[in-house]
Ligand binder design. Structure first.
Ligand code: HEM
Ligand code: SF4
Ligand code: SF4
Length: 396
């Protein structure tokens, strides 16, 4: 837990005031200098060391390279406890604002490491790029349906085994989705490998089974969104609350259930030869429905919290990226559940195209949007576990 604030103010303030406060420079190099300086202040102060993994990781370093700062930023869970506790936060002349600085560093790290380089411009245009992807995918499927048969099938009633594929042929639905999702995942993985190379060093030193497992436990428990034992994080405002962690887990576990549902459907269809639509009480439909409802409730809850959230410790462009991701999750799941509810009506064909288009929007955010955070954050958690085990074995 944090140390006694009064003794730190009395004991260390004199040291800190000798550091020169860098005027806020919004250029990337000026910004990184300012973040480095803020972290020097933190390393001298150490008041927040009990809140999360970031401050102990900072204390393990004498100085911070740009790679170290990117690592620490991806290790920060944006719980904001250090902002509300900080005696050097604005309006203090030092202007220490770690959650805001780290939100920008995280956003810029997704952009800097994304592949190919030409796609980096998409980061400044999240909303437009996701919309264009969805419209493009919708038009692609409409054209595909028209070219492979009769477009009037879209408005006809299709029932029984293989009903979806009588509207959009299987190859037309499956191949573009496979290619687009693998390309997005490949772009994300290659970016994260470069991130690890920059923040950690040789990727082979990164492979530690115990660190991989412990980092997975940190993820599934969302350990650092709990405010260092305070019973929640200071989000959307200064009052401690578990709301963000609970809604996040609904989205994350809902997503994992939907993924499991897709894998089971794939096995049923491509190995066992049972074509969809599947009965309401089958594994793919039950898991997909529970996951879909959880994601809708979770993302709607996160949007509501974000609307109310304190802007002082936030980065405006990161907020925009979050909104685009949250709306994409809502659209995919709302259109999926509507398709399930109306699959035995004449609206099925149109809803199928709308749902497929939104899924492509979500694929886009794997490589060029907020979805990327899951792999960057996991990599940072693994590195943290590796450092902790080294520190333990060195007796530090
Ligand atoms: C390694 C796995 C993951 C970790 C450690 C993680 C952690 C976090 C953290 C700390 C935040 C809050 C800070 C921020 O906005 O960046 C966040 C935001 C978010 N995460 Fe995750 N996440 C993971 C995986 C996922 C997955 C698989 C999904 C869903 C598909 C997801 C959905 C979201 C959403 C929607 C937000 C935005 C929340 C908001 O705007 O308040 N996360 N994640
Ligand atoms: S955020 Fe503020 S209170 Fe916390 S360690 Fe840094 S300078 Fe100290
Ligand atoms: S915002 Fe929370 S997780 Fe991030 S550095 Fe501050 S205390 Fe740690």
């Amino acid at each position: 837990m944090p140390g006694d604030r009064k003794s730190i103010e009395g004991g260390r303030r004199a040291d800190l005031t000798s550091a020169s406060s860098t005027a806020v420079d919004t250029s990337t190099s000026g910004f990184m200098k300012n973040v480095t300086w803020q972290l020097e202040v933190c390393n001298a102060c150490r008041y927040c060391e009990g809140y999360c993994a970031v401050f102990p990781a900072l204390e393990r370093r004498r100085s911070c390279s740009p790679g170290d700062i990117q690592y620490l930023a991806n290790l920060c869970f944006d719980c904001r406890a250090c902002f509300y506790a900080c005696m050097y936060a604005p309006p203090h002349e030092f202007g220490v604002n770690i959650p805001q600085a780290f939100a920008r560093v995280r956003r810029e790290s997704y952009e800097q490491y994304s592949m190919p380089a030409a796609a980096r411009r998409l980061f400044g245009r999240q909303g437009r790029a996701a919309t264009v992807t969805m419209i493009g995918a919708g038009l692609f499927f409409l054209a595909g349906v028209a070219l492979t048969g009769d477009i009037r099938r879209l408005l006809g009633l299709q029932l029984g085994e293989g009903a979806f594929y009588r509207v959009v042929p299987y190859a037309l639905m499956f191949l573009p989705a496979l290619i687009f999702s693998l390309a997005a995942l490949g772009a994300l993985v290659s970016g994260v490998v470069r991130f690890v190379g920059r923040t950690h060093g040789r990727p082979r030193d990164f492979v530690s089974l115990s660190a991989l497992r412990e980092a997975a436990e940190d993820t599934f428990a969302l350990r650092y969104l709990r405010g260092g034992g305070a019973g929640g994080c200071t989000y959307p405002e200064e009052k401690v609350s578990l709301a963000r962690a609970v809604f996040h887990q609904m989205v994350m576990y809902g997503f994992l259930e939907a993924l499991l549902s897709t894998i089971i459907a794939f096995i049923q269809q491509d190995i066992l030869g049972w074509l969809p639509p599947y009965p309401l009480l089958s594994w793919p439909v039950v898991l997909g429905t529970i996951g879909g409802v959880a994601m809708i409730v979770g993302s709607a809850g996160l949007i509501t919290l974000k609307v109310r959230s304190d802007r002082a410790p936030a980065d405006q462009r990161a907020i925009e990226m979050d909104y685009v991701f949250l709306v994409l999750i809502l659209l995919v799941n709302a259109s999926g559940l509507l398709l399930l509810a109306l699959r035995e009506t004449a609206l099925m064909g149109v809803l199928l195209i709308v749902h497929l288009a939104t899924v492509f929007g979500l694929f886009f955010s794997i490589a060029y949007g907020k979805f990327a955070h899951f792999l960057y954050r996991y990599a940072a958690l693994v590195q943290n576990r590796i450092e902790l085990s080294r520190a333990n074995s060195d007796g530090r």
